[in-house]
Design a protein around this ligand. Structure first.
Ligand SMILES: Cc1cc2nc3c(=O)[nH]c(=O)nc-3n(C[C@H](O)[C@H](O)[C@H](O)COP(=O)(O)OP(=O)(O)OC[C@H]3O[C@@H](n4cnc5c(N)ncnc54)[C@H](O)[C@@H]3O)c2cc1C
Length: 431
């Protein structure tokens, strides 16, 4: 195989298909190269697609057109310790109206749909094709080589091949190794459950969905849990900081099973049937993890550029991936018009990114990843919160204490006042 295109996109995930769609709609001859037998074949994530402004511009009827599951109307956080828990819940009328605030989706269906839209716009999708290297000419990226299938040529390549991006690595835009402190690993179970049971259990009607996060459920390892409702299944899992998981010597699979057996979780999944497990890496280092975004003849997007925002409340990845993919596409179109695919000619991408919510948010939450490396968040604080709430709600005939006294006494006992002050200061600076 040896063919020339005006642009090559490596990886038909959300970032790559968004880039290919943008360029194809502008009339460029684009190759979208994907290692799976179809886009999304092996792609997984927790399950909540946050709003995708860049795609909503292309598809104003996005929520009718895309293969989505439920739209999220309820979001909650549960702090757990032993057999006690305390939950918060926000249910907003605005989340129940278009444009919806988020949806659950299945990646094999969503990624395939988005890639199909790129194909409808004119992109050429090449599947079962693993890019193993970039081709360079005169010191500039000028194409890619595909395992056992030869080379493709183009004056510009968009690397959208996910967290381990070999394309960015081979082009010299990222370091060969990762810092485990900047990486997380997620494990997810898909549990089949009849739609009516899900509606009753989570208090949902029509296509409404629930997205819950859990803190204090990871056996002391830094991380958290999630549970999202699909039409007739639950996506449930854990995300761990890689460095902390390694030190613990525990396996994600064992920790997930322990999580599923905790009483507060067991009753939510009761009666369900386990369908499958999957696991994947997440670049969680935030702004400080972003590699070079632009090189001579190459741009880096999505997870390949570590564009994930893990603030501790939401895990935003796909929205950042699609936004960066669209902006990369726009930068290529501008470079095509100027006839300049050098690093300088592609600098428009960096400018567009710096102006976008992607870089602005990652910069704003730059300190969040460091803050989340505090073990007390996963152990002592859930204990403090559940203990304070349990005491507030206990009526046992003993004289009551003032709330401030009760809090101070429990805080001293569970966390230590100096720790609370320094953590509060750290959290304030981080968010
Ligand atoms: C457990 C877990 C939970 C998550 N939860 C959420 C969530 O709830 N919400 C959210 O927004 N984000 C979430 N994320 C993050 C989100 O999944 C990613 O940020 C997003 O998938 C990044 O999109 P991408 O297109 O950059 O990369 P990917 O989705 O990784 O797509 C990369 C594509 O490139 C292909 N590819 C890779 N290498 C090659 C190669 N050499 N040649 C050809 N093709 C190649 C892959 O097959 C894949 O199709 C979660 C991630 C995990 C792991």
């Amino acid at each position: 195989m040896s063919k020339s295109y005006q642009a090559i996109v490596v990886g038909a995930g959300p970032a790559g298909s968004s880039a290919a769609l943008t360029m194809a709609r502008a009339g460029l001859e684009v190759a979208l190269v994907e290692r799976g037998t179809f886009p999304g074949e092996k792609n997984m994530f927790g399950g909540v697609l946050h709003r995708l402004p860049a795609l909503e511009e292309v598809f104003p009827d996005f929520w009718d057109r895309a293969p989505l599951e439920r739209h999220i109307v309820k979001k909650g956080v549960t702090f757990m310790t032993g057999d006690s828990s305390f939950s918060t819940l926000i249910e907003a009328g605005n989340f129940d109206r278009t444009p919806y605030n988020g949806y659950t989706v299945f990646r094999p269906r969503f990624d395939r749909w988005l890639a199909d839209e790129a194909v409808k716009a004119g992109a050429t999708l090449i599947t079962s094709a693993t890019v193993e290297d970039v081709v360079t000419r005169g010191g500039r990226v000028a194409g890619v080589s595909i395992l056992d299938r030869g080379e493709l040529a183009a004056p510009v390549v968009v690397a959208a091949d996910g967290v381990l991006s070999f394309t960015a690595l081979k082009a010299g835009l990222r370091r060969p190794t990762f810092d485990p402190a900047q990486m997380a690993v997620g494990i997810k179970a898909l549990i089949d459950m009849p739609r009516e049971v899900i509606d009753d259990r989570f208090g949902l009607v029509r296509d409404q969905g629930y997205a819950g996060e859990f803190v204090g459920c990871t056996g002391g390892v830094r991380g958290g849990g999630f549970l999202y409702t699909n039409y007739d299944s639950l996506s449930i899992g854990l995300v761990f900081h890689l460095a902390s998981l390694r030190v613990s010597g525990k396996t994600p699979y064992d920790l997930l099973n322990e999580f599923l057996e905790q009483p507060q979780v067991a009753k939510l999944v009761r009666g369900g049937r386990l369908q499958e497990y999957s696991a994947h890496l997440i670049p969680e280092g935030g702004f400080d993890m972003i590699p070079e975004l632009v090189g001579d003849g190459i741009l880096v997007t999505g997870d390949a550029a570590a564009l994930c925002n893990a603030t501790g409340v939401n895990l935003e990845g796909i929205n950042l991936a699609t936004q960066s993919g669209v902006l990369a596409g726009q930068a290529v179109i501008a470079a095509q018009q100027a006839g300049d695919f050098s690093r300088k000619g592609l600098e428009e991408y960096r400018r567009l990114m710096n102006d976008s919510y992607v870089i602005k948010d990652l910069k704003l939450y730059r300190k969040a990843p460091h803050m989340l490396h505090n073990d007390r968040i996963y152990n002592e604080y859930p204990e403090l919160i559940t203990s304070v709430m349990e005491q507030i709600y206990s009526i046992d005939g003993a004289p009551k204490e003032s709330l401030s006294k009760l809090f101070l006494k429990t805080a001293r006992e569970k966390v230590g006042l100096a720790n609370i002050l320094s953590d509060a200061f750290g959290a304030w600076r981080a968010v």
